[in-house]
Design a binder for this molecule. Structure first.
Ligand code: IMP
Length: 201
């Protein structure tokens, strides 16, 4: 069976491909000739994940799945959440800039601390939406942790330098990619998706 992963991120495709059974042929957006930007306009991670999968299913008539991810910080009422990629865009005038996004998170947490709220708990959440023959299913992966004061580490991307997963001392950006990929939100959601595909296709 052919399934489209609604992403152009080759790393994500390789990660999922490696875990899939051989009877599933994974294709990217490019391979189904989907070149336009897919709308992500809902207020939730679950909603955006569903929106992307539905867009591909309806416009390209192909079984597919899509992912959406965000960092949810308790002291910031779940922000940046669904806006993780563009958190600082409006305030800092940047465009999907990880450095600026992290700066804004740390600034907002400092402001909270000055008000007496020193809670640094956070979690990454990934949601996959799979659509096969019109039937939808979601798979969630969550990793809990905390936000540190000063970025550490060079690997990874996004908010990795300020996120330390629970039970660890290193940030995601200080871990090797293979160590991060064993425990990450995306890895947890991917395992659930792949288990489902392995047992039901
Ligand atoms: P996406 O839905 O996978 O594109 O993720 C949205 C945004 O969340 C990214 O632009 C990053 O800022 C952030 N993000 C997602 N996954 C990770 C991760 O594994 N580490 C750090 N930041 C991430």
């Amino acid at each position: 069976m052919k399934i489209c992963f609604a992403t152009n991120n080759q790393k994500k495709i390789e990660e999922v491909k490696a875990a899939l059974p051989s009877n599933i042929e994974l294709v990217s957006l490019k391979e189904i000739d989907c070149r336009e930007e897919i709308p992500e306009t809902t207020p939730t991670i679950e909603g955006n994940s569903e929106q992307k999968a539905l867009y591909v299913y309806q416009n390209y008539d192909t079984n597919c799945f899509a992912d959406d991810t965000g960092l949810e910080i308790e002291a910031l009422n779940g922000e940046p959440g669904v806006s993780s990629a563009m958190y600082a865009d409006q305030i800092m005038g940047s465009y999907r800039d990880s450095e600026q996004n992290m700066k804004l998170v740390l600034k907002n947490l400092n402001e909270e601390a000055q008000k007496g709220n020193t809670n640094r708990k956070a979690q990454f959440k990934t949601v996959f939406t799979l659509i096969i023959d019109g039937k939808q299913q979601q798979f969630e992966g969550i990793i809990k942790g905390k936000i540190i004061d000063t970025p550490r580490g060079k690997d990874g991307f996004g908010y990795d330098p300020i996120f330390v997963p629970e039970g660890y001392d290193q940030t995601f950006a200080e871990m090797s990619l293979s160590d991060k990929n064993k425990i990450s939100h995306r890895a947890i959601a991917t395992r659930k998706l792949v288990d489902f595909l392995n047992t039901s296709i």
